[in-house]
Design a protein. Structure first.
Length: 113
């Protein structure tokens, strides 16, 4: 039942990202951005879609950006927000890297039961 060692930076990055997702609002924002794909969503439309606007939206986006889960870029007068798919994939890999290790491991692509 011994887990493989993870470097302190890897644990810190994962903990920071998961802490950022510890809010229903931030999770809703992230899910909306995942649905949008790499093109992203203008900040105003994002707020309207998830029911959060103004300084509250800015606060939640700041947390997600700080955790590396969301990126923002200027497009003329708009700010486009998009999910960092590499970071999300990394978090998924982080969780699943120890999958079934106590039972001989798990092959990618095999369904869990």
């Amino acid at each position: 039942m011994k887990a493989s060692p993870l470097s302190p930076p890897a644990l810190t990055l994962a903990a920071t990202a998961f802490a950022a997702l510890g809010s229903e609002h931030r999770l809703a924002i992230l899910r909306r951005l995942v649905r949008a794909g790499p093109e992203g969503v203008p900040m105003g439309a994002l707020g309207a879609d998830v029911g959060i606007e103004g300084s509250v939206l800015t606060h939640h986006l700041k947390q997600l950006v700080s955790a590396g889960l969301v990126t923002q870029r200027r497009d003329g007068r708009r700010i486009l927000c998009s999910v960092s798919f590499d970071r999300i994939t990394g978090l998924s890999d982080f969780l699943l890297s120890e999958c079934c290790a106590d039972h001989g491991g798990h092959d990618k692509g095999t369904a869990h039961g």
